[in-house]
Design a protein around this ligand. Sequence first.
Ligand code: AMP
Length: 175
Amino acid sequence: MSLLHPSNKEEFEKYILDVENFPKENVVFKDISPLLANKFTEVVTAFSQAPIDWSGVEHIIGIESRGFILGSALAIHLNKGFIPIRKKGKLPPPVYSQSYQLEYGEDILEMKEISSPSSVVLVDDVLATGGTIQAAAKLCERNNFSIKAKLFLINLTFLNQLKESNPLIHSLIEY
Ligand code: AMP
């Protein structure tokens, strides 16, 4: 179920555009730019109201690149630290690397090796097939991080069944 009140959900959906055949044929890209331009504070507030015990959370982890926008804003809102998970080659060593399958292609994600354990919440804009979040979770596990939640603006439920099997997954809007 969506974390949003139905009226908020309708309001948010008005600002999410479907862009057909981007970035490649047969993909319908969810463009959240208008939502960020018009409802950024409301989105971050809605994230902060997810049923998570925030007092035990030390870091918000944002996944490149729209996860940076949402995750860093949430980190400031909740006064938490922020840790980025980036595409291959962007972070200086030492890093952990994890390959993953995208809805459109294959890639590698990386996270800095961090010696102190942490309790974290992962943030990204869209949950599609789930490859990205699974790779991100593996990187967290390699750092001995304890994952308290996985937060998404949008869950494309027709592309994954992850929510049914994973109580840590929360999203504001489901399609
Ligand atoms: P996946 O690994 O298939 O769950 O894909 C999730 C990642 O790809 C997220 O970081 C999204 O930003 C991006 N993504 C995948 N599908 C879409 C889509 N239809 N619209 C916008 N972003 C998408």
